[in-house]
Design a protein around this ligand. Structure first.
Ligand SMILES: *Cc1c(COP(=O)(O)O)cnc(C)c1O
Length: 389
């Protein structure tokens, strides 16, 4: 995989891989429907192209965090069911109700805001109720749940809202045998029963993220919300690699060397001169840095760093990741300005993967791909993306 000539760096997104990965999730979850999570610009891959590729793979729902993300899908002509799950006070919900966007409700104030938008538009708002089953992030607490249900029942009765789903989120579905998983499922069952007791039909029940979709069959319910797996990365790398799961990483971050030079033994490299070359060596300059989303935490720390594939081998980063560039140590190998430098990708050519970068930076692969910033142009390949690399 190479960047187009004349482009310092680009993120090549394989839309065929997105479509394929959704198919893998679908087969894994059997009767449950698949919501492809495309928040945060589809984890950095590009909202609209990924949404279309995911729908082509059989996803029937799209999931985003914010209402404005859902509206961007509608503006692009995407008509599939879409759920936005973070509401903040003051957000204008009229466009969302008008556009048939489902919004998540976790508190009475949010319900009232949705009801007001429904009244303003004369349309019934579509809501999903979020209940906290133990993660203590979003969702109504068990103590708040009954009062929220009573308010929901009243507005359903009045025709202002329609409950299309009830959901919660796992804290540790990627940890096999973790006691919180059955505890959260039990709390979810209790919440569903309470909903029915309060006269609220829960609609589609959904609790599973990618990890639960693969590894917790009893958590699949009616719908799974798959994010990371759609992008071809394993949600539990210790348990199974992406390849083990049949997934194909969709993003490759490809650059070209901007500069190549010899330096003598003893030369210090990059800010702080934290890397010193033991003997004469060749350094290559790769024009991506933390301004592009390459994590500064993946700098050389005396033992390891992120690695870039140049001239057939993975090269450590010599010193610190800068805003716009990193320096790699090529030893005595021959390279020239313009040569491809693969930062991460599927690994097929020997390049590092997003998981490798996550390990080098002390983070998770979700963050590696999602952080690749807007300065890096995206290029789409695969059946729905134009040219095939
Ligand atoms: C981001 C997110 C997901 C997707 O999680 P993955 O681990 O990437 O599959 C699912 N549900 C909610 C509520 C989320 O915020």
């Amino acid at each position: 995989m190479q960047p187009r000539p004349g482009v310092p760096a680009e993120a090549v997104v394989d839309l065929a891989a997105i479509t394929h990965n959704v198919g893998v999730v679908r087969r894994r979850v059997g009767a449950a429907a698949v919501m492809a999570v495309v928040k945060a610009d589809a984890y950095g891959h590009g909202l609209v192209p990924v949404a279309r590729a995911a729908l082509a793979g059989g996803a029937t729902w799209l999931g985003v965090a914010h209402v404005h993300e859902a509206l961007a899908l509608r503006e692009a002509g995407v008509e599939a069911d879409v759920l936005a799950w973070i509401l903040t006070p003051g957000t204008d919900l009229v466009p969302a109700v008008r556009a048939g966007v489902d919004v998540s409700v976790a508190a009475v104030w949010a319900l009232e805001a949705v009801v007001a938008a429904a009244r303003a538009t004369g349309r019934r708002a579509r809501i999903h109720l979020e209940v906290d089953t133990g993660m203590s992030r979003g969702g109504a607490s068990p103590a708040e749940w009954p009062a929220l249900l009573d308010a929901v029942a009243k507005h359903v009765e009045a025709g202002a809202v329609q409950v299309r789903g009830t959901w919660a989120h796992f804290a540790s579905a990627d940890v096999p045998g973790d006691a919180s998983v059955p505890a959260q499922l039990q709390a979810f069952e209790d919440a569903l029963r309470t909903a029915r007791e309060h006269g609220v039909d829960p609609g589609l029940r959904h609790h599973a993220n990618s990890a639960a979709a693969f590894f917790v069959p009893s958590a699949r319910y009616d719908l799974v919300r798959a994010g990371l797996a759609v992008y071809g990365l394993s949600p539990a790398p210790e348990l199974a690699t992406g390849a083990d799961l049949g997934l194909r990483p969709a993003m490759t971050l490809a650059a070209r060397l901007a500069h190549v030079r010899r330096v003598p033994a003893g030369a210090g490299v990059s800010y702080g001169l934290t890397y010193t070359v033991a003997r004469e060596t060749t350094l290559g300059l790769v024009p991506v840095g933390y301004g592009d989303g390459v994590p500064r935490h993946a700098s050389w720390n005396g033992e390891h760093s992120g690695e870039v594939l140049v001239a057939g081998a993975r090269r450590r980063i010599a010193g610190r990741v800068c805003m716009d560039q990193v320096v790699v140590d090529l030893g005595n190998d021959v390279a020239a300005p313009g040569d491809p430098a693969l930062v991460f990708g599927p690994g097929a050519d020997g390049e590092a993967t997003a998981d490798d970068w996550a390990a080098a930076a002390g983070t998770i692969s979700w963050e590696i791909v999602t952080r690749i910033g807007s300065r890096v142009p995206r290029r789409y390949v695969g059946p729905t993306g134009g040219d095939v690399a």
